[in-house]
Design a protein around this ligand. Structure first.
Ligand code: C2E
Ligand code: MG
Ligand code: MG
Length: 591
């Protein structure tokens, strides 16, 4: 055997090395492929989206880490399973139906769906589509799901906030709007729809004197009580803002059925509300309008319920009134009144009457209270019929300014006639008090008239002072620096805090007429009057009793050491000329 034949030829060597090289390359390639595979898997696992692959029958072929995590099982447990293994039958069937739809349509189908994984509620944005692998001619269903629970929750919250009141969580105006729209679009039955508008009486006083926190507590308590009525009557309760609530009663069998609901509302408000240990009596004024009789649109119904509500306020509050077309006429008259009031100032239709203030012990006249009157053509109008309209329309500012200047001028006249100890008291409205240049106005009125500051007294109510008590203290101190006097009018009707009473630089308290009225018969009134007198005296403040109408009241107050009195028992308010006459007739009795 030729040795040379056994020796591998060069070609063979070459072939071998090529094979080795190929094997190496092959190994490298597989390594590369594995590395790529791992990379793709890592990419899929890193995504915060659950991704899965299914065959035509719905068996899971692959799922990424997020999908396993959400389902709470491992990939091994998932492989080969179908939705019927994880979800309740009903949900699984819906899922499978979508799969079949995707197989049929062969395009991406996305949906937002609620889901439950591991007993936890989720909201998912899901998508499914078909992928085709050319090389193997295989087809798979690729699905993905993005957890949008937080977004959906935030959207829901925002939507809730848009349609609910933040303080009480009751539906708000927008909710009612959309509710009504919905009601109208579907309603073709002839049933009556009731709208009950409710406004708390004197809420502002409570808010001003006890503070906003107390006011908020009160509103919450009231809304809870009203909610119970709503639950029992099938109504919807909403808060429109401030102290205004709305009751919607859909599908009333008849118009009459609305009154027992109103009775119920009044009844639940009867029980006093306890705020910070203080018991507060509350009540509401209620206005009712009925659909479709009083309006076809919500706007009209609300307006008409509002007019009816004002009707209740006019009737003395704490009652309910059904809308009547005549109320519209009255509202127009009110507007006309505002226009007339504006002209009254220019036409000089206002004048002042004066009511003497008596020193109870001596019977002497110590001063006058100026009270505004309005002569409108043949009608003589008293402040109760127009002052509130003046306040609402800001006309009170120029009117009030005129009163101060006029009262100072008149008082100076009396001083010049020899009655130079007389004082004049002027009533101030809340708006006037809050106005920045009140001090300037007083200075100018005093200068213009030449009246000495000690002769001028301003009468303010508790409500005015307690609106912003800290500011009030400063304003009062500045006014006092001018040398004028300050008096609190209608004392006992607001919720003054005793602490503030000590801080306010006050000269006089006027006990409200309601406590003087029937004082001889009503023990409670007598007790309150006596308490106010001793309270005031302990703070070195003088006391005026308003509305003294008979001798018994006078005797009681004199014995109770009340300093001053005003009332029909002494004098009614009268024109300046008549007062001048009285002063002259009484001259010997004056100081
Ligand atoms: P007020 O300051 O408490 O004035 C006392 C009211 O009681 C006056 O009513 C007066 O006429 C009435 N009165 C006096 N004595 C008696 C009595 O013995 N019995 C009864 N039943 N009533 C008596 P008037 O003049 O109608 O004024 C009502 C309210 O209007 C005043 O209450 C005051 O708050 C306000 N007011 C009056 N003039 C002005 C003003 O120029 N500006 C402002 N902002 N308010 C004013
Ligand atoms: Mg007064
Ligand atoms: Mg008064």
């Amino acid at each position: 055997v030729n040795d040379q034949n056994i020796q591998p030829s060069n070609e063979l060597k070459e072939l071998r090395s090529q094979i080795t090289e190929l094997e190496r390359k092959n190994q490298e390639l597989s390594k590369q492929i594995r590395a790529n595979e791992t990379l793709y898997l890592k990419v899929l696992d890193a995504l915060p989206i659950n991704i899965f692959l299914e065959d035509r029958e719905g068996h899971t072929l692959f799922a990424n880490e997020q999908a396993c995590k959400l389902n709470g099982i491992t990939l091994d447990e998932l492989i080969g399973k179908t939705v019927f293994d994880f979800f309740p039958k009903q949900i699984a069937e819906i899922n499978r139906a979508v799969d079949l739809d995707v197989w049929r349509q062969r395009k991406l189908i996305t949906r937002e769906v609620p889901a439950n994984f591991n007993n936890q509620e989720f909201h998912m944005f899901t998508g499914k589509t078909i992928i085709h692998v050319n090389e193997s001619n295989e087809e798979f269903l690729l699905g993905f799901g993005l957890d949008i629970t937080d977004r959906v929750r935030a959207e829901k919250l925002i939507e809730h906030m848009a349609y609910h009141d933040a303080l009480t969580d009751l539906p708000n105006r927008w909710y009612i709007n959309s509710y009504f729209e919905h009601f109208q679009s579907k309603s073709n039955d002839p049933s009556v729809f009731g709208l009950i508008l409710l406004d708390l009486d004197h809420f502002k006083v409570i808010n001003d004197s006890l503070g906003h926190d107390a006011g908020n507590l009160l509103l919450k308590e009231v809304s809870q009580r009203l909610q119970k009525v709503a639950d029992n009557s099938g109504g919807i309760l909403a808060r429109l803002g401030g102290d205004e609530f709305l009751f919607l009663v859909p599908e009333l069998p008849s118009e009459e059925e609305i009154t027992p609901i109103c009775e119920k509302i009044m009844q639940v408000l009867l029980e006093p509300v306890s705020i910070y240990g203080q018991k507060l009596n509350i009540s509401a004024s209620i206005g009712i309008s009925l659909y479709p009789k009083d309006g076809k649109y919500l706007d009209t119904l609300m307006k008409n319920a509002d007019l009816a509500m004002y009707g209740s306020k006019d009737k003395g509050r704490s009652c309910y009134s059904l809308f009547h077309p005549i109320m519209k006429k009255q509202a127009i008259e009110r507007m006309d009144l505002e226009i007339l009031l504006r002209e009254a100032l220019i036409k000089k239709e206002f004048f002042l009457q004066y009511q003497p203030k008596i020193i109870l012990k001596t019977g002497q006249i110590s001063g006058m209270e100026a009270l505004i009157r309005w002569k409108n053509s043949e009608l003589l109008l008293y402040p109760d019929s127009f002052i509130h309209i003046a306040e609402e329309s800001d006309l009170i500012i120029p009117i009030g300014e005129w009163v101060i200047r006029e009262a100072c001028k008149q008082c100076k006249k009396w001083h010049n006639e020899g009655f130079d100890q007389l004082t004049v008291s002027v009533n101030l409205s809340p708006k006037q008090f809050q106005r920045q240049n009140l001090e300037d106005l007083i200075v100018s009125a005093l200068e213009e008239s030449g009246l000495s500051p000690q002769a001028l007294e301003l009468e303010l109510t508790e409500g005015t002072l307690m609106e912003r008590p800290e500011d009030a203290v400063i304003i009062l101190q500045n006014l006092k620096k001018l040398g004028i006097k300050i008096s609190i009018d209608d004392f006992g009707t607001g919720f003054s805090s005793l602490n503030y009473l000590r801080l306010f630089p006050i000269d006089t308290l006027k006990i409200d007429q309601s406590f003087i009225k029937d004082l001889e018969r009503e023990q409670a009134n007598a007790t309150i009057a006596s308490a106010v007198i001793s309270l005031a005296h302990s703070l070195l403040i003088n006391v005026v009793a308003e509305g003294i109408e008979n001798e018994e009241q006078f005797d009681f107050l004199l014995a109770g050491k009340c300093d001053y009195g005003q009332g029909y028992f002494f004098y009614k308010p009268q024109n300046a000329s008549e007062i001048g006459q009285i002063l002259h007739d009484r001259t010997p009795q004056l100081v």
